[in-house]
Design a protein around this ligand. Structure first.
Ligand code: ADP
Ligand code: MG
Length: 298
């Protein structure tokens, strides 16, 4: 077991941030920790990385107790904090070199992490000169310096533009081939793009813990289609196994089907038969989306 949390609670003064949270993460899994702002995600991650103490309950990372075996935990975990504290005046290489000294890792590792995180073209620059996406890579490179078994990443993609997002997601996914990854996000698509499993947290409590495969197998899907012209909802509702049609804006429709079979080809045929052009056609995991909405709205 890589991460094991049992009945863990955390109170800040009067504020209960975590309430009897329990979950387990196996070695090699990429697990998304999904929840709205204020749900308790960062608090959980700070406890798992031994930065703060829980008020109640226990947690272990690779069998080490986060409350008592702090040093061991920090050796085994690579942590990207929510507000990644970087020294903007330092050069990328200098910053990593400094931290390599702190962690006592060989200097040769610096080039390895620079390469691994795609920082090579930017490595000679000051951190303050980098885009947000590259700063995030510096944070990841730093978290990877001591080659940890477990990566704990707090909202690793927040604030990135769409291109940077794709790059960081690919990087995290590839890191996940060798490591256990526990990453927080408030964005569902993020979980779909990267994770094997999702743990949903709301108001300090775990409200769902499911594999993405199970969610996909739930017989539901939404196809988002954009035509070049308006279509009556009623025509789209005549497609097989449709449960709802929503005209979200302009000529964009979200069609939900009660089947896991890919329905995009039916939509394509519909467009062809009605002499419509398709401007976009995508499939969404309706199960995760509806689950998240259902569980995190009052
Ligand atoms: P998330 O990361 O999911 O947005 P947090 O773990 O940061 O959530 O916060 C959970 C709750 O705990 C929030 O209500 C937040 O305001 C509160 N909180 C977090 N840190 C502190 C703190 N240092 N002192 C008091 N309250 C805090
Ligand atoms: Mg947070």
């Amino acid at each position: 077991m890589s991460i094991e949390v049992e009945h863990l609670s955390k109170t800040y003064g009067q504020q209960k941030a975590l309430n009897k949270v329990s979950f387990k993460i196996n070695k090699g899994e990429i697990v998304g920790f999904l929840g709205p702002n204020g749900a308790g995600k960062s608090t959980m991650m700070k406890i798992l990385t031994s930065f703060i103490q829980s008020s109640e309950g226990s947690a272990k990372v690779s069998e080490y107790d986060v409350a008592t075996e702090t040093k061991k935990v920090q050796q085994i975990v690579g942590y990207l904090p929510e507000h990644n504290p970087l020294y903007l005046e330092m050069y990328v290489r200098e910053y990593l070199d400094f931290n390599a000294g702190v962690y006592k890792v060989p200097k040769s590792r610096i080039n390895e992490v620079i390469e691994l995180t795609g920082l090579t073209p930017e490595a000679h620059k000051k951190i303050g000169q980098l885009s947000k996406g590259y700063r995030q890579r510096v944070g990841l490179a730093n978290a990877l310096l001591h080659n940890p078994e477990v990566l704990i990443l707090d909202e690793p993609t927040t604030g990135l533009d769409p291109n940077q997002l794709v790059g960081i997601r690919q990087l995290i996914k590839s890191l996940g081939k060798e490591k256990t990854v526990f990453l927080s996000t408030h964005i569902m698509q993020e979980v779909e793009a990267m994770c094997d499993r999702v743990i949903i947290i709301n108001k300090g409590e775990i409200v769902a813990d499911k594999t993405l495969k199970d969610l996909r197998d739930q017989k539901q899907q939404t196809v988002v289609v954009e035509f070049d012209y308006r279509v009556e909802d009623a025509f789209l509702k005549a497609l097989p196994k449709v449960t709802s049609v929503v005209n979200t804006h302009d000529f964009v429709y979200e069609i939900t089907f009660s089947t896991s079979e890919d329905m995009r080809s039916h939509v394509f045929d519909f467009a062809h038969d009605n002499k419509l052009k398709i401007l976009q056609l995508n499939q969404k995991n309706a199960s995760l989306e509806s689950l998240f909405r259902e569980l995190t709205t009052d």
